[in-house]
Design a protein around this ligand. Structure first.
Ligand code: HEM
Length: 429
């Protein structure tokens, strides 16, 4: 047990240095429970932030886009802002501004409905191509050989990049993702990869703006709202963002789904094998139980009175989605992974977080103004990839009896959670 953990004398005590510990990156759930039970509004002076951890408090913050802004800057305010963000200027940095609404309205429709359906056969094909590469081996390291291969190739194909350049795109992807706040050495390489990628797509953007095709890049280039299009920098920033927001998240989602089936609920894996439609429930319950993204940051725009505290104006507030999803005030037996859960809205999410079945949804895509734009794509893609793998093989089993579990490079920096490795053996059908 670490010194930090020893310093915690009873359940209610919290030492903010615990948030920086390796234990927390690995298993944050005990701290989450202590936060919910004893400190529903926790003022972490050590990290200069406030933390909300109960389900309905997080929902309330997501719904209140007047009181909680995502960014500190105001792109439509008096100052121009530059960025050294690894993606360049992108919608994530536009806070709750009118610029954000403009960009969102231009692109959100590209990932739902018929436009999404157009891409499904390609997701199918890519999944099968990736599976074919390891099929003969009778075993697969799911993270490096499967989950980190499918979504980025899907994004590359959606954008309509030439297939012969796909491996280069996959390489940029890994460099960009490594640069997301985990050390300056990675950051330099990530910025180089971003610049290389931008140089590569620059002529394509210009060409497709003039002669658009059916691919996503063309659609983004010419999508209009009230007669305005995205600038070339915004298109580039959005494409870089797609790699992380659309590639890395779904990559981790697929790995987590297999982890839970192989290690957390092997009994339910047998049911999923019998009834593959249950992969959809595996996705939903994974997004509740231990979602890919555990936090979302916000800044208060005014004083927020809550649970007897007053969070001051311009304070940083961290919404612990992973903690809200385990709130025993909302979900019975929250620490059990169950694909048949009856107190969770199963199936597709929506921006309001309110469902006709009256059940609460998971918080893993956020709610409200910044609700994930790729919610439908991520769900479909994860289910298709998992289904294709399961159809191709039989007698799936973990290669090793023990597994160190799911972890994150840094929960508080928004580091995505997934197993580092996940070996599975199978027989060929
Ligand atoms: C399982 C996979 C995914 C997870 C866990 C996830 C998670 C999230 C979360 C939590 C947010 C809310 C941010 C906030 O409230 O501040 C978000 C926003 C966003 N997501 Fe996803 N996401 C996933 C897949 C995707 C995909 C496939 C795309 C590609 C289209 C995508 C694009 C975006 C974008 C563009 C935003 C920003 C929306 C805005 O600010 O209006 N995501 N995502």
């Amino acid at each position: 047990m670490s010194t930090t953990a020893e310093a915690v004398e009873n359940d209610a005590d919290l030492d903010p240095r615990e948030f920086d510990s390796e234990e927390f990156q690995h298993n944050p759930f005990d701290i989450y429970r202590r936060l919910r039970d004893h400190h529903p509004v926790y003022h972490d002076r050590f990290h200069n932030r406030w933390i909300l951890s109960r389900y309905w408090d997080i929902d309330g913050a997501f719904q209140d886009s007047e009181g909680y802004d995502r960014a500190v800057y105001k792109p439509d305010g008096p100052y121009e802002f530059g960025t050294r963000h690894v993606f360049g200027p992108n919608i994530l940095e536009y806070g709750n501004s009118s610029e954000h609404r403009r960009l969102r309205n231009i692109i959100a429709g590209q990932f739902i409905g018929q436009k999404l359906k157009d891409f499904l056969p390609m997701i199918d094909k890519i999944s099968q191509e990736v599976i074919a590469k390891f099929f003969d081996a009778g075993e697969v390291e799911i993270v490096s050989q499967f989950s980190s291969q499918v979504p980025v190739r899907v994004v590359s194909n959606m954008l309509g990049l030439p297939r012969e350049d796909e491996d280069m795109f996959v390489e940029w992807y890994h460099l960009l993702i490594a640069g997301l706040g985990f050390g300056s050495e990675h950051m330099e390489k990530a910025l180089q990869a971003r610049n290389d990628m931008w140089d590569y797509i620059d002529p394509m953007i210009r060409e497709r703006t003039k002669n658009p095709g059916e691919d996503l890049m063309s659609r983004i280039c010419v999508a209009e709202l009230d007669g305005t299009r995205m600038s070339i920098e915004e298109v580039k920033g959005f494409i870089a963002l797609l790699l992380a927001a659309g590639g890395d998240t779904t990559d981790k989602a697929i790995a987590n789904m297999w982890y839970h089936m192989l290690y957390t609920r092997p009994d339910q894996l047998l049911e999923v094998i019998e009834e593959p439609a249950l992969w959809d429930n595996v996705f939903t319950e994974m997004m509740r139980f231990d979602p890919v993204v555990h936090i979302q940051p916000r800044h208060t725009t005014r004083e927020i009175p809550i649970h007897g505290h007053v969070i001051p104006e311009r304070a940083q507030v961290i919404l612990y989605l992973g903690a809200g999803n385990r709130d025993e005030r909302v979900f019975a037996d929250p620490d059990t992974f169950d694909v048949h859960r009856t107190d969770l809205h199963m199936g597709r999410e929506n921006r309001s977080g309110r469902y006709k079945d009256g059940k609460p949804g998971h918080l893993g895509f956020g709610i409200g103004q910044h609700f994930c734009m790729g919610y439908a794509l991520a769900r479909q893609e994860s289910a298709i990839a998992c289904n294709r793998l399961m159809e191709a093989v039989k007698n799936v089993r973990p290669k090793f009896a023990d597994h160190p579990g799911i972890t994150s490079p840094s929960i508080d920096s928004g580091g995505f959670r997934a197993p580092e490795e996940l070996w599975m053996e199978f027989d060929r059908k």
